[in-house]
Write a protein that binds this ligand. Structure first.
Ligand code: ADP
Ligand code: GLC
Length: 488
C-alpha cells in the first residue's frame, strides 16, 4: 500500500513545533518495521526558504503543476528526495508563497495570504495523489494547513472525473489552531458556493480549514488517547466539540513516539558527552557544559530545571516564570534554564528573571535545535505545566535523556508520564492537576526533595530512560487504521 502524508512542517527541513517531528518520524516508522518494508510512504510539504541550501539530495523534477487559486493558475514545481526505496519526501516550490522569513508569520503577524498558501499546498498534495504512477490508497493530512484536502478531493471526484480518490485520514495536532478565514476566502478554493455549509467548512460565518478535514475525512485521529477524550468537552473542544461528538466513532487517539535515531543520548552528535541508562557519567559532563554555555555557575550539586518551548499560554509559560520567581525568592536552591520564543511579554518575563537571578536563571530567546538537545541532556528535571497538551514531545525526549519530567496531568502528558502515586514501581515523573502556581510550586518542591534522595531519583530516571516510546508500536496502529479505512 502507498500512503501520502501531507504536512506544512517536516523535520529537519521546516519546524516550528512538534508537528514537524511527528510527521517525519511517523513516515520513517511506517516505511520501516511497522510497514515491514511493504508500505510505500510519500510525504509532501512546502519548499520553504533555505531548505535547498542546507540539505543535500533534494532533486528538482520537471513536474510543474499549475494550481488554481481563485481565478488564477499559480505554477509550482516539485522537488524530491528519496530517503529509502520506499520513502520519498516531496517538496512543492512556489517562491511567491514559501520563500519567506517565516513559515506562517513574521514579527508575530500571520501572513495575510495564509489561506491561499495552504490551499496551494493542499491542491499540490492532490496533484501528487492523482498523478503519481503508483497513486496512494490513503492520504493522511495533518492539521488545518491541509484540512481542505479531503473536501477538494471529493469535489474532484464528483466534478473532475477522478473516479477513485484515495481514502482520507486527518490528524489533529492542535485544535486551538483552526485556519479560520473570512467567508470571502472561499472564492480562492474555486468550489461552488453551496459547498460551503456547516457540514463542510463553514463555522460561525468563517471558512474553517480544520473543520473541512474533520467533516470530510473517513477517519480522524489525534495524538494521544487522553486528548481524544478531552476534545469532546467544551473546555478543550475549541467550539468543535459538538462536531467531534458526532464523529465519535471515527475518532481515535494514538500517542506520538520518539525518533530514536535523532533523540538518543548514547549517539547524539550535538552532545559534548554521551550516556545511557547504565552509565550516567556523560550526563554530568553535559550538565556542566550546558551550565557553562548558558552562563550559569558550573555546579553539578545544584539541581538544574529546564523548559524548551513556544512561549505561549498553552505551554504554561507564565506559570513557570511566576513559580520559579516565587521559589527562588523563598530561598530554594536550584538553577533554571529556559529556551524558547513566542509572546513578547513572556520573552521579557524570562529575560527579567535571568537579570534578577543571574546565578540561578538563564534564558535564551530564539529557536536552537542543537541547544535543545544539550539542555535535555544536561537537565535534571523538565517542567511542562501545559494548560492543554495534545501529545507533547519534550516530556518524551526528557524521559530518554534522564531529565525527570514535572508535568500537568493533561493530554499526552497524562498518557506518557507515570507518577509514583499511580505506580511506584513504574514511576517516571511528577504529575499535578490544577492549573495553578500553587500546584506547580508543590510539584517543583517534590522534585527538589527527590533530588536529595539519589536512590529514588535514580529509580525514576532509569524507568524513564528505558521506557519504550519508539515509533514501531504507534506506527503499527496507523497501519491498522489505514487498512481499516481501505476496507470500508
Ligand atoms: P508543540 O508542537 O505544541 O510546540 P511539542 O512538545 O510537541 O510542542 O514539540 C515542540 C518541539 O519543538 C520539540 O521538538 C521542541 O524541542 C521544539 N522546540 C520548541 N521551541 C524550541 C526552541 N526555542 N528551540 C529549539 N527547539 C524548540
Ligand atoms: C502540536 C501539539 C503537541 C504535539 C505536536 C505533535 O503542536 O501542541 O502537543 O506533540 O503537535 O503532534
Amino acid at each position: 500500500m502507498h500512503v501520502l502524508l501531507a504536512t506544512s512542517e517536516l523535520n529537519p527541513y521546516s519546524k516550528t513545533g512538534g508537528l514537524a517531528d511527528m510527521v517525519a518520524a511517523l513516515a520513517k516508522g511506517l516505511a520501516g518495521p511497522a510497514g515491514r518494508g511493504v508500505l510505500r510512504i510519500s510525504v509532501v510539504s512546502p519548499l520553504y526558504r533555505g531548505v535547498l541550501g542546507s540539505h543535500s539530495g533534494i532533486e528538482p523534477t520537471p513536474w510543474r503543476p499549475a494550481i488554481r487559486i481563485g481565478d488564477s493558475l499559480v505554477e509550482g514545481r516539485f522537488h524530491r528526495k528519496a530517503l529509502r526505496p520506499n520513502l520519498t519526501h516531496w517538496f512543492v516550490e512556489q517562491p511567491g508563497f514559501y520563500d519567506r522569513a517565516g513559515l506562517y508569520a513574521e514579527a508575530q503577524r500571520d501572513y495575510a495570504d495564509n489561506a491561499a498558501r495552504f490551499l496551494f499546498l493542499s491542491r499540490a498534495a492532490l496533484v501528487l495523489a492523482r498523478h503519481l504512477p503508483d497513486p496512494p490508497r490513503v492520504v493522511h493530512a495533518h492539521d488545518w494547513q491541509t484540512g481542505l484536502v479531503p473536501l477538494l478531493a471529493r469535489h474532484e471526484q464528483l466534478q473532475g472525473g477522478w473516479t477513485q480518490p484515495p481514502r482520507m485520514v486527518f490528524t489533529i495536532h492542535n485544535l486551538a489552531f483552526q485556519g479560520s478565514f473570512p467567508l470571502s476566502s472561499w472564492d480562492l478554493t474555486g468550489l461552488p458556493a453551496d459547498w460551503l455549509h456547516i457540514e463542510s467548512a463553514r463555522h460561525h460565518d468563517r471558512v474553517n480549514f480544520l473543520k473541512a478535514g474533520l467533516t470530510q475525512a473517513q477517519a480522524i485521529t489525534t495524538v494521544s488517547p487522553t486528548y481524544a477524550r478531552e476534545i469532546l468537552t467544551a473546555e478543550h473542544g475549541c467550539g468543535l466539540e459538538g462536531l467531534l461528538l458526532k464523529r465519535y466513532n471515527d475518532l481515535g487517539g494514538i500517542l506520538n513516539g520518539v525518533d530514536t535515531e535523532e533523540w538518543n543520548p548514547a549517539t547524539d552528535p550535538d552532545l559534548p558527552a554521551r550516556f545511557h541508562a547504565g552509565d550516567l557519567s556523560g550526563k554530568a559532563v553535559c550538565k556542566a557544559a550546558v551550565q557553562r554555555e548558558m552562563g550559569l555557575p558550573q555546579d553539578t550539586a545544584v539541581p538544574l530545571l529546564a523548559n524548551i518551548s513556544r512561549l505561549t499560554d498553552q505551554k504554561g509559560s507564565e506559570l513557570i516564570a511566576s513559580t520559579v520567581r516565587a521559589l527562588l525568592k523563598a530561598g530554594e536552591v536550584f538553577q533554571f534554564v529556559q529556551l524558547g520564543s513566542g509572546e513578547r511579554a513572556l520573552e521579557n518575563a524570562f529575560r527579567d528573571l535571568a537579570r534578577r537571578f543571574p546565578d540561578r536563571v538563564a534564558a535564551r530567546i530564539g529557536f536552537h535545535a542543537a541547544l535543545s538537545h544539550r539542555i535535555e541532556a544536561g537537565a535534571d528535571f523538565y517542567l511542562m505545566p501545559s494548560r492543554f497538551e495534545p501529545c507533547g514531545l519534550n516530556q518524551l525526549y526528557s524521559l530518554r535523556y534522564g531529565a525527570v519530567p514535572v508535568v500537568r496531568a493533561t493530554g499526552g502528558l497524562q498518557d506518557s508520564v507515570v507518577d509514583p502515586r499511580e505506580n511506584a514501581a513504574l514511576a517516571t515523573g511528577i504529575k499535578f492537576t490544577p492549573y495553578t502556581e500553587a500546584a506547580l510550586r508543590h510539584a517543583v518542591l517534590k522534585a527538589l526533595a527527590l533530588w536529595k534522595d539519589p536512590a529514588w531519583l535514580g529509580h525514576l530516571r532509569h524507568n524513564g530512560m528505558t521506557a519504550d516510546f519508539s515509533w514501531d508500536r504507534q506506527a503499527a496502529e496507523y497501519v491498522a487504521l489505514y487498512e481499516s479505512v481501505c476496507r470500508e
